[in-house]
Design a protein around this ligand. Structure first.
Ligand code: CP
Ligand code: NVA
Length: 306
């Protein structure tokens, strides 16, 4: 039997995402009504973190417990992972002792090698290149609050990082458009983003032009984890790429603002925007829990309809 992994957004088809979103709706509703749902009783999720996390750790750990299973946290600091054990060996061992693995690491190649040696499904909890669980939550939030994402325009303001790359992959899957504005030198790298084509995004020199008419405006930190050495230079290069109230004014009247968090108010986003009425960031963060429960259910049990 082939094992399914979720290593980048395009690993799943649109029909599979539609199933996940329907399951998310059911699982979320059940959870809000305090109805017990333990389909993953006796299953173990191992979470490997080579970078820091609040939301990803909490949503996977709480989510697995809420589904009746257990979650085990490993990090680089106090496991053999930080002492040079080959990722292939770690994958062999960890996947013999667990049912599901989530990995947050640096290069995508590391998680690809882990998955190639794993007996169980592997989920990408963020790499330098992608953050598929985040966009799963973002699109679910968009559908929940605005009905659909198909045909809409998403404005990405800032760094063409892991979250941006994943939005670009999602645009191909769901058929929407992304208007990207990055400072010069930080443009989208289509091959690194893992795109099939260039028909779903457009690049704009001026962030105001990217935001004009957009249904959703989104951004992320100027310096991602692993790129801290570039921080000083980035602070200068990104100074004009802040999502502020003027930018939200040129977007569509009902436009949402999203941010994967953690956010830096006064850098990539003005406080008035992230704390304002168009901001969906808290629902977006909460939905990580619900979509990932649907994802874990799907990877372990296939299409459930109960
Ligand atoms: N958005 C997100 O992945 O947050 P954490 O880094 O806190 O997990
Ligand atoms: N782009 C950010 C996202 C954090 C959730 C990073 O990789 O640090």
């Amino acid at each position: 039997m082939t094992i399914r992994h979720f290593l980048q957004f395009r690993d799943f088809t649109r029909a599979e995402f539609e199933h996940l979103f329907e399951r998310t709706r059911v699982i979320k509703q059940r959870f809000k009504a305090y109805r017990k749902y333990h389909p993953l009783a006796d299953r173990t999720l191992v979470m490997i973190f080579e970078k820091s996390s609040t939301r990803t750790r909490l949503s996977f750990e709480a989510g697995m417990q809420q589904l009746g299973g257990n979650a085990i946290y490993l990090n680089t600091r106090d496991s053999q992972l930080g002492r040079g054990e080959p990722v292939e060996d770690a994958a062999q061992v960890i996947s013999r002792m667990s049912d599901l693995v989530m990995v947050r690491t640096f290069e995508q190649d590391i998680i690809e090698r882990f998955a190639a040696n794993s007996r169980v499904p592997v989920i990408n909890g963020l790499t330098n290149e992608y953050h598929p669980c985040q966009i799963l939550a973002d699109i679910y939030t968009c559908i929940e609050q605005r009905g659909t994402i198909q045909g809409k325009t998403v404005a990405w303001i800032g760094d063409s990082n892991n979250v941006c790359n994943t939005w670009l992959q999602a645009a191909e899957v769901f058929d929407f458009n992304v208007h990207v504005s990055t400072p010069p030198g930080y443009e989208v790298e289509p091959e690194r983003a893992g795109l099939f084509g260039d028909g779903h995004y457009e690049e704009f020199a001026d962030p105001m032009d990217a935001a004009r008419g957009a249904d959703l405006v989104t951004t992320d930190v100027w310096t991602s984890m692993g790129f801290e050495a570039e921080n000083e230079e980035r602070m200068k290069d990104f100074a004009d790429w802040q999502v502020d109230a003027d930018m939200m004014r040129v977007a569509a009247r009902e436009a949402l603002f999203m941010h994967c968090l953690p956010a830096h108010r006064g850098e990539e986003v003005e406080a008035a925007v992230i704390d304002g009425p168009q901001s969906a960031v808290w629902d977006e963060a909460e939905n990580r829990l619900h979509v990932q429960k649907a994802l874990m259910e799907y990877l372990l049990l296939g299409k459930v309809n109960s």
